[in-house]
Write a protein that binds this ligand. Structure first.
Ligand SMILES: [Zn+2]
Length: 412
């Protein structure tokens, strides 16, 4: 994969496959990439350690640009309630959903949250992910939102995957601000803008600010207020948009020049046109639709054909998408949203990297970029989504270091 980023339209399907290829890695970066014979004839490769991947498929490491990595416990009980007929929104109104996670997170220690996240990060690596975005948003008090962001900062230092931190204090209006006297949702918005965002910036706790702008969460007006305050503090902008209802959040993302608008299941033709003419990455999260048992997925085909920047991510979270497998997301994208395997791979690598403003360093296998890659034990890249629910990743490398190997470090 090489060439300009982001990828729009037909370019999304251009993987630039090199058969019998090789990479030369120096100091954690790609020094050369070409046919194996050419790489082997370079003078610099004479003293290089050789890692033979034996005919496997090598991709850029996956970039998972939307996760809620730090949470206190699974919500398997709610999963069963939903199977029994309760909707996600009904469960949330009854104190379940995000309220449930927030209640438990407030009582959890940083150590417990970190141990759980570390186990998940190891799993991300076994599925070929080398960079992920991670949001706060299960705290909904300053103390606990900060706790999540600090855990993420510590995790970045203590394990090999790159983590991009996003502040999502506006995930949901906490129960204590639900229209009690003097404590309204608007008062919560003001608290975020006046007190929390300045502190996030001051302590450098996050690079992005996200808002869940949807029915039952924050309105477009509230989201604009928060994003405006975030931008003034130098944060990049992301939005959970148009998942449960069409609210105008996608148009807000365009208006605010957000880095990414995520979900987009309910967007209109007009929204698609506006997004296609913008530099907003449209991050589709089909794991959510699958887990919630919905028939309607995001309009990937229409977005791609209109020329929008399309990315894919897991939305790893305990309520609506408890998967950290990008290969599984590729399967959903292909079978349910009619993306081709090549389009899905570009969406989960270079375009996802673009949405995180890291496309100059990661997301493709090009000279000068970090040697972040994943090897799959398949004969053809299309088999990665084709064999759904099976993890064929056998080796994951982060900046030239092997961080996961199914069978040891390979045949030398
Ligand atoms: Zn999310």
């Amino acid at each position: 994969m090489r060439g300009a980023a982001p990828r729009r339209g037909k370019a999304l399907a251009d993987l630039g496959i090199i058969r019998d290829g090789a990479l030369l890695i120096r100091d954690g970066r790609i020094a050369a990439v070409d046919a194996r014979g050419r790489i082997e004839s370079l003078r610099e490769t004479r003293n290089a350690r050789k890692l033979d991947l034996g005919g496997r498929v090598v991709l850029p490491g996956f970039v998972d640009s939307h996760t809620h990595l730090v949470f206190p416990a699974s919500r398997a009980a709610e999963y069963e309630q939903r199977i029994g007929g309760a909707s996600y929104e009904e469960i949330a109104r009854a104190g379940g959903g995000i309220h449930n996670s927030a209640h438990r997170l407030r009582g959890a220690s940083s150590g417990d949250l970190k141990r759980r996240a570390l186990a998940h990060l190891a799993q991300f690596a076994t599925h070929g992910t080398t960079t992920l975005e991670a949001k706060s948003g299960y705290g909904l008090t300053w103390e606990s939102e900060r706790k999540i962001l600090l855990v993420l900062r510590e995790l970045e230092r203590e394990q090999p995957l790159d983590i991009v931190r996003t502040f999502l204090g506006a995930h949901l209006v906490p129960r204590e601000y639900c229209n009690r006297k003097g404590k309204t949702p608007d008062a919560y918005v003001e608290l975020i803008c006046r007190e929390w965002l300045p502190q996030v910036a001051k302590e450098n706790l996050a690079e992005f600010c996200d808002v869940f702008c949807d029915r039952g969460a924050f309105t477009v007006v509230q989201a604009r207020t928060i994003l405006t305050a975030a931008r003034a503090r130098g944060l990049g902008l992301r939005l959970h948009a148009e998942q449960l209802a069409r609210t105008g959040a996608a148009q807000l993302a365009v208006e605010m020049h957000a880095a990414s608008a995520d979900h987009l299941e309910k967007i209109s033709t007009r929204d698609i046109r506006a997004l296609a003419q913008s530099n907003v990455t449209c991050t589709l999260l089909p794991g959510c639709c699958f887990h919630l048992g919905l028939a309607h997925y995001g309009p990937a085909r229409k977005l791609i054909d209109a020329g929008a920047i399309v990315a894919l991510a897991t939305d790893f979270n305990p309520g609506t998408s408890p998967t950290l497998s990008v290969p599984m997301i590729l399967s959903f994208a292909c079978a349910q949203m009619r993306m081709t395997p090549a389009e899905a791979i570009s969406a989960a690598t270079i375009n996802a990297a673009y949405s995180l403003k890291r496309h100059d360093r990661i997301g493709s296998l090009e000279v000068g970029k970090f040697a972040d890659l994943a090897a799959f034990d398949v004969d053809d890249y299309r088999e990665i989504p084709y064999y759904f629910g099976v993890n064929h990743c056998v080796l994951t490398m982060k900046r030239g270091q092997i961080v996961y190997a199914r069978e040891g470090p390979g045949r030398t």
